[in-house]
Design a protein around this ligand. Sequence first.
Ligand code: ATP
Ligand code: MG
Length: 371
Amino acid sequence: MLFSLEPKVNRKDLYDRDRELNELREGVHRGNKLIAIYGIRRIGKTSLVKAFLSDLSYPYVLVDVRQVYFIEGNVNASNLVKYIINGFKGFMGMGERLWESFRDALRGIGWVRVGAGGVEVKLSRKSRVNLIELLNVIDGWCERNSTRFILVFDEAQYMRFSNVKYDGVLAWAYDNLGNITFIVTGSEVGVLRDFLRIDDPQAPLYGRYIKEIYVDRFSKDAGLDFLRRGFAELGIEVSEGELEEVYERLDGIVGWLTLYGYLRGVEGLSHREALDRVFSDGVKLVLSELDEVIRPSRARYLAILNAVAHGLNTWSEIRRYVEVKTGEISDTVFNRLMRNLVKYGYLSRVGDNYVIPDPVVAKAVVEAGIG
Ligand SMILES: Nc1ncnc2c1ncn2[C@@H]1O[C@H](COP(=O)(O)OP(=O)(O)OP(=O)(O)O)[C@@H](O)[C@H]1O
Ligand SMILES: [Mg+2]
């Protein structure tokens, strides 16, 4: 169903994204080592990757790094490895022979326990999980079986919360492992790029080719077509005028369009009720996500976002508004706050203007007021 709320897991339920799927396919088949997928929240990154993987004949593991962070409190190597190993269960279905040989390969690692059904991490006091050892074993196994392995870190910017410098591990893998493709995704685009230190000549990954794919909002044609098809699938008639309003108000962000479709098509709300609910539920969600980012300087961050939400779009207009609302602020501090909001995707820069790329975020910051 097009309007199901979970990330899509197969091609059939994924609307469009043909260009992105092709780029992914090309990248993997060409043997690209590192592919980065960027896009603001709820734009469909996880759905894209999962649908892509579901069609692929290579074994893969997807680790939801944001989830690891929220469950474990950090993304230390032992946690990350535990989640990777748990992910192996997912590819047991790829064929008995392949799976059997993969388990044999893992038997060579002291701290992995390989049972009849699955594999798990077994840590004695002496052993330590070793991500590099694991990657080496996977790579060797790929070599012997003429396959590739795809390792996906969804919301990889959370890997910065760790005792390990993963950008170094990725660079090492890039140089030494020929058969593993890493795919990283990030909704906090600037934070992910910072974490990978893509533009830093001193950084381990510097100078290595990274294939970058941007997932964008649906065009008007695509957005309207998506809504029409979703409702047709449910046998529900809707008016074009209403769909246009939905597209315009939600600005082509597929996650919000899907939520609207679900509320109206599955829960049976009216057009108006569904649209209102997207905003009211969305505002709560956005505020809980935003909270962590703006906590260090809540009033000033909210003043900035309020300025933009009210149509003040240039650097100096925003700065003036912030000073009126929250008192004097130095250029250095103001610029740092602006930069952070851009990095986390709450602001984006279009020419000399700043805009809030998600209309639900704009509503949320207005409702939150200033501080
Ligand atoms: N191409 C698509 N076709 C149909 N539904 C989609 C598509 N892309 C995303 N969705 C739906 O939109 C919502 C958000 O998708 P998804 O979770 O994949 O986005 P995301 O970019 O990974 O979000 P987040 O930043 O929160 O992790 C989900 O309900 C998903 O089912
Ligand atoms: Mg996601």
